[in-house]
Design a protein around this ligand. Structure first.
Ligand SMILES: [Fe+2]
Length: 366
């Protein structure tokens, strides 16, 4: 038996997560929603006084409120205000150059970056970003675990004000030194080269290795950064060839960096979502949890950057296990002939037509 102390009509809760309320109500920013977003290079940003940067926040459906993303600018001659947070954060620099400082219990480390640099902010370590130019802005992308952390604790003083030292990195090590793990024989441990590091000065300068499970001509490299639960890969896809669809868990942010084409995503038996990659710009898709998806290049080559809630070293679930193995091996990769006849005809006919628009013929999928 419960005894009502008072009676109210309807509940006052509007269904938004604590993270959504923090961004929209506390910070006062628009939260951009959808399956995909872009182009990002000129996406409008608004000033975030607490950080002294300008930002656009995104709450993409396929992130499932676990990982979050924002695009940000640091004005010429400016630096972000020092901040720390109980969340992992991976930053990719779109344009501009500058430096990062990270404070550890054993002193401050710093490193300098430019376009195509990638780094992780170690968990709860105070950090600052400096624009190295007095003329050009810096534009970067952040993928982070703020939504899940904020939704669990719902208190900014705790999330941004804790002083615990998590010792996520070795301050004596050069931030861009790595341990390189190469593929094992059956690709059960890693299918491609994997670097464990903190800072990658230029992601495109790191050699990629053959990713045979993704198809002929696919070259990829993985990164595990600063003992974070977010990991990264850079994939080079040959276009004009059928892409084997696959599926996995939520919060995989896939950025197209170069090449033309589109991504398809669909829930088993559900309607198809298509996202056209912006030309000469950057767009991002986040395939929703366990939706099949494929990336169809309509130019001879394309490059993608994926930042995802899927560390191989520190996994938080098993929703990505065997996502590079064919369904016959217990994995989640489909070959052309595994697709339902009508579905594959639709995908194939559209692909041939789209490549033809660019004057290209497509290799036969069989
Ligand atoms: Fe994927």
């Amino acid at each position: 038996m419960v005894t009502p102390r008072e009676t109210r009509t309807g509940v006052p809760w509007d269904g938004r997560t604590a993270y959504e309320k923090w961004v929209e109500d506390d910070l006062g920013f628009k939260l951009h929603r959808g399956y995909a977003v872009g182009p990002l290079c000129g996406y409008p940003v608004a000033y975030w006084k607490d950080r002294n940067i300008s930002v656009a926040f995104f709450d993409l459906i396929g992130a499932e409120s676990l990982a979050g993303m924002y695009v940000a600018e640091i004005a010429p001659g400016q630096s972000s205000h020092a901040a720390r947070q109980l969340a992992d954060e991976v930053i990719y620099v779109i344009s501009g150059s500058g430096s990062t400082t990270v404070d550890t219990a054993r002193g401050r480390i710093s490193f300098e970056w430019g376009p195509r640099s990638l780094f992780a902010v170690p968990l709860n370590h105070p950090y600052q970003l400096f624009n190295g130019s007095g003329i050009e802005p810096v534009r970067f992308i952040s993928v982070n675990t703020l939504p899940i952390v904020y939704n669990l604790f719902r208190d900014p003083d705790f999330v941004f004000g804790s002083t615990h030292d998590f010792k996520r990195i070795d301050p004596e090590a050069n931030p861009s030194d790595s341990i390189l793990y190469v593929p094992d024989k059956d690709h059960g441990r890693t299918a491609v080269n994997l670097h464990e590091t903190t800072f990658v000065p230029d992601i495109l300068s790191v050699p990629r290795s053959s990713f045979r499970e993704r198809g002929k001509g696919n070259n990829t490299v993985y990164f595990e950064l600063a003992n974070s639960v977010l990991s990264v890969h850079v994939a080079e896809h040959p276009g004009l060839r059928f892409f084997n669809p696959h599926r996995h868990g939520p919060s995989a942010f896939v950025f197209n960096l170069s090449g033309s084409g589109y991504s398809l995503m669909w829930l088993e038996g559900g309607a198809m979502e298509r996202y056209d990659w912006p030309e000469n710009d950057i767009g991002v898709i986040v395939p929703p949890n366990m939706w099949w998806h494929g990336h169809f290049g309509t130019s001879p080559a394309s490059i993608q950057l994926a930042i995802k809630l899927r560390s191989r070293k520190l996994p938080i679930n098993h929703l990505y296990d065997k996502s590079h193995k064919h369904i016959s091996e217990g994995g989640t990769v489909l070959h052309y002939t595994d697709l339902d006849r009508d579905l594959r005809k639709g995908i194939w006919d559209t692909y041939v037509a789209e490549c033809a628009k660019n004057g290209h013929e497509v290799e036969n999928p069989d």
